[in-house]
Design a protein around this ligand. Structure first.
Ligand SMILES: [Zn+2]
Ligand SMILES: [Zn+2]
Length: 363
């Protein structure tokens, strides 16, 4: 199979011919149809996510099942079915799946990224997130593969395992936004824009989009943001407070990653408000916060891996919202690439030129 391989951090990724490993009984071979380039992959490429080269990046994709030895009945899908391969597994066997928290599944956090192929020199090649989507084929654990029944464009459906379910989950599952609430979203990349849409659907009264880039603020306005804040213009914390009767927002979602954005997200929430942290820049990054703000002022500061999604439930909901036109992927898919253009997609992501660039041709 052809695959873009991260061989050295920060260097262009060559497209190599790899020999994929045969799937084990608990695994599925999936032919990739569309794979979004995500800021998560850019951070992996920059050595900020603890990847072990050689590794195929791409933490989610849409594909078609090519081989599924474990049996269609057991898995809910079979050869030829359209599926989402998600970066977050749900093994249903570990402690965390047992307590209803597959976002913390042991397969994701307690196993090294699996080897899925060998290169021409015979070196083992790993798959980022157990997916490795920037390749013609993916060998994925069956618990990461979900059937999707929809005729929406592949580029749109490919975002389901990434920004859509995470943004939807941040608002619906984690923050549990109530009708009329004020919601500020810090960072209007693809994830923040899904948060804006989910906040609109949840009935938020005021949706405040915060981003340095005018183009992204304009997209947020088109997708439902009622107010826009340019942090370069004036202190964004003051701006959000002035839009919320001086208190701060009921809910703030941080979807940017830098330490300053996390500090500002906490500061622009009201006392006894809710802060949802989805952004990570460095895996080992540190954030300094005032003790009064986090211990005395009653805030709920919530971690948000994968929107705490239960994909068996949330995937179908997100597809339904997309099919009815309530969730709109069109402004978020900003470019399509071939596998050979993977480095163009990489740089466009890192330079904030793309919201979601999607790789749609692999041969
Ligand atoms: Zn598990
Ligand atoms: Zn992603």
């Amino acid at each position: 199979m052809r695959a873009a391989v991260l061989e050295a951090f920060g260097a262009p990724m060559p497209v190599r011919e790899l020999a994929p490993r045969d799937p084990a009984e608990h695994e599925v071979l999936v032919r990739t149809v569309a794979a979004p380039f995500c800021s998560t992959d850019w951070l992996g490429w920059r050595a900020m996510r603890g990847k072990i080269p050689p590794v195929v990046l791409g933490h989610t994709a849409l594909g078609v099942v090519e081989r599924c030895d474990g049996g269609t009945r057991a898995y809910g899908y079979g050869v030829g079915d359209l599926v989402v391969v998600a970066g977050t597994p749900q093994c249903d066997e570990c402690f965390y799946c047992g307590i209803g928290r597959p976002d913390q599944c042991a397969l994701l956090f307690e196993r090294p990224e699996p080897v899925v192929a060998t290169d021409r020199q015979g070196r083992p090649v790993r798959a980022a997130g157990g997916v490795g989507a920037y390749a013609e084929l993916m060998v994925a654990d069956r618990s990461q593969v979900w059937r999707v029944d929809s005729s929406l464009p592949a580029t749109h459906l490919s975002l389901l395992g990434c920004g859509i379910t995470t943004g939807h989950g941040a608002i619906v599952n984690v923050a549990q936004v109530r009708p009329g609430a004020s919601v500020a979203v810090v960072g209007l990349g693809h994830l923040g824009l899904w948060c804006v849409q989910a906040a609109r659907v949840a009935g938020a009264g005021r949706i405040i989009g915060v981003d340095l880039l005018a183009e992204r603020r304009a997209t947020a306005a088109a997708l439902g943001a009622t107010d826009l804040v340019d942090p370069a213009e004036h202190d964004p914390v003051e701006q959000v407070r002035s839009l919320t009767e001086g208190r701060g927002a009921d809910v703030v979602v941080e979807a940017a990653g830098p330490e300053l954005a996390v500090q500002q997200a906490v500061a622009m929430s009201r006392r006894a408000g809710t802060v949802v942290l989805t952004g990570v820049q460095w895996a080992e990054g540190r954030v300094c916060l005032p003790q009064n703000a986090i211990a005395i002022h009653g805030r709920r500061i919530l971690s948000c891996q994968n929107g705490q999604s239960l994909l068996g439930r949330d995937l179908a909901r997100c597809v339904a919202l997309m099919e009815s036109g309530v969730y709109d992927a069109r402004p978020i898919v900003t470019a399509e690439y071939t596998l050979d253009q993977v480095n163009d997609a990489l740089y466009a992501s890192g330079e904030f030129r793309d919201l979601s660039g999607v790789i749609t041709a692999f041969r």
